[in-house]
Design a protein around this ligand. Structure first.
Ligand SMILES: [Fe+2]
Length: 191
């Protein structure tokens, strides 16, 4: 989803805000679910995977990482969507999240896979998925449509400007490339 944002048209603020909102929900439900179901078990069973000193250090570090991601998320919320400050905060969230996930895979999850039974891992995974789904499932109210009427309505519609643009193969100027976005100094230097 960070990749989606990076390629998103920079002038589509509504789209940027919507993609970011989904990502924000995913980041927090994921972190909270880990803190509720995974980390308590890792503190009990872990031994310190890879370059971690201990399970306690592993977990404390993961919670600190989650807080760094939360801090960046709050900063995104304070900025105007699509502004330079907004992009810096989004990139900070990306940097903190990428570093965290690499460490989590290398230490916490690898450690837990070695120490916990398959049954416990399965139990935690189901609880984790349930929590994430319950929290993220507000969604939209479903509304039935008549299949034939739907198809007819689409056929009556004029070709969209997007489809027209996409079908123009020759003589089309390439879209202006969006510059890559950079993180703040603090995020870039964090470990
Ligand atoms: Fe995490």
């Amino acid at each position: 989803m960070f990749g989606m944002l990076e390629e998103w048209p920079r002038d589509d603020q509504e789209g940027l805000a919507a993609v970011w909102k989904r990502l924000e929900i995913l980041l927090e439900t994921h972190a909270e679910a880990e803190e509720k179901y995974f980390y308590p078990e890792l503190v009990e069973l872990g031994t310190g995977g890879a370059d971690a000193d201990s399970a306690q250090e592993e977990v404390a570090d993961a919670i600190k990482d989650h807080n760094d991601i939360r801090k960046a998320i709050r900063k995104v919320g304070r900025c105007k969507t699509g502004s330079a400050a907004w992009w810096t905060a989004v990139t900070d969230a990306n940097v903190y999240n990428s570093k965290h996930m690499a460490e989590e895979e290398r230490q916490d999850l690898a450690d837990f896979r070695q120490q916990a039974t398959l049954e416990l891992r399965h139990e935690i995974a189901v609880r984790f998925l349930r929590y994430e789904s319950v929290k993220a499932s507000a969604g939209i109210a479903p509304k039935d449509k008549d299949p034939d009427a739907y198809v007819e309505a689409q056929q009556r519609k004029p070709t969209s400007t997007t489809a027209k643009a996409a079908s123009r193969k020759k003589g089309r100027k390439p879209a202006k490339k969006a510059a890559s976005k950079t993180a703040s100094k603090a995020a870039a230097e964090s470990d």
